[in-house]
Design a protein. Structure first.
Length: 363
């Protein structure tokens, strides 16, 4: 089959790779119908994630159709349409029993496109299927649920819930890329008093307004600390969410926060950031970090089904799965292309003939 393969920092290819098979009785094999690219994939390509070995198929966000199930799988069957969570859960270890699947000790956690082959491919092996995939209601499209695999639960859990946003809060979100926009969308569920989006790019700040930001600040030409202080009578934001993953944005988030406030780091960091304790130690500031657990996917899917959330706003580009290489170029140049999320759609013409035959017999 074809898949997007990581060949080392700065190197990738749309290559022929072995077809996936059932390895463990808890596995399923899924035909990938719709996939997308994440900022974490770009971090891997930059060399920021050294645990990812050359030869790994990238990708951890996809919707697909079950083709084959292992002997121990009981919650899905061949032909079911499912959302693959970006985080896998063994279901047995201490952390899984606490619902903290991102810290799974039994072989799960963030493994797709990181430690094992991922989902930017024609087909994929999905481990721990009973705990790690979600059946999709028939009335929802792939595009409506695709972004529940990662960016929505990431921003919701690691940002909004860790930040303990409450009604009336002033929330400052540093970064208006997909993660920052997802934070705006899910923070709105808690009726904050004001959502302030901060970014260097006007086009992304326009997107922030569409997603629900009340105030936007371009920190390439405006002073966000001064503006936040002006909006809050000199106190600072109640909650600051870091949604980029570079030292400057983390440090900015800590400058925006009021005494007693909460800073929630969502961004993926590849370099050290300075924690200015000489300024923060007297201010009762809480700082949280986290890897998404995806335990809120069912909740978010219900909100999408009821019309309370519309993740399809993220889809700015749609390309065939076979054009994944071009999609990476578009996504990596988001400042010029305006890309938020690229929907990679698989058609029958994208699949190898032998896999099509196998898929038909499996279903």
């Amino acid at each position: 089959m074809k898949a997007l393969v990581y060949h080392g920092p700065g190197q990738r290819g749309w290559d022929d790779v072995p077809d996936p098979t059932i390895v463990d009785p808890t596995d399923i094999v899924v035909r990938i119908d719709t996939s997308t690219i994440c900022g974490s994939d770009l971090h891997i390509l930059k060399g920021d994630v050294p645990e990812t070995s050359p030869g790994t198929v990238l990708g951890h966000e996809a919707v697909g159709t079950v083709q084959e199930i292992g002997a121990s799988v009981s919650t899905v069957a061949a032909g079911d349409r499912v959302l693959m969570s970006c985080v896998s859960a063994c279901g047995r270890c201490r952390y899984c029993k606490e619902g903290r699947y991102g810290q799974c000790l039994g072989g799960g956690g963030w493994i797709f496109g990181h430690l094992i082959d991922g989902l930017q491919a024609e087909y994929a092996r999905v481990p721990f299927a009973d705990n790690s995939v979600y059946k999709i209601p028939g009335e929802l499209t792939d595009e409506q649920v695709l972004f529940l695999a990662d960016i929505l639960p990431t921003s919701f859990e690691v940002g909004v819930l860790n930040g303990h946003i409450t009604p009336g809060d002033v929330v400052a979100i540093v970064g208006a890329g997909p993660i920052g926009l997802a934070a705006i969308l899910t923070a709105s569920l808690y009726t904050p008093g004001r959502i302030v989006s901060i970014d260097l790019t006007d086009s992304r700040l326009e997107s922030a307004k569409r997603f629900g930001a009340d105030t936007t600040i371009n920190n390439s030409r405006e002073n966000p600390v001064e503006q936040i202080m002006e909006l809050t009578d000199g106190l600072g934001a109640d909650v600051a969410l870091e949604a980029v993953g570079v030292p400057d944005t983390f440090e900015l988030a800590t400058e925006l926060i009021r005494p007693g406030g909460r800073v929630a780091n969502i961004g993926v960091h590849g370099k050290p950031a300075t924690l200015h304790l000489e300024k923060l130690w007297t201010r009762d500031v809480t700082i949280t970090t986290g890897l998404v657990d995806t335990n809120t996917i069912p909740q978010l899917m219900r909100l999408v089904a009821s019309g309370r959330l519309d993740p399809s706003l993220f889809a700015t580009h749609r390309l065939p799965l076979g054009d994944t290489m071009a999609a990476y170029d578009t996504f990596a140049d988001a400042a010029n292309t305006g890309a938020l999320k690229i929907v990679l759609e698989a058609g029958e013409s994208d699949r190898s003939p032998d896999l099509l035959v196998g898929a038909a017999s499996a279903s």
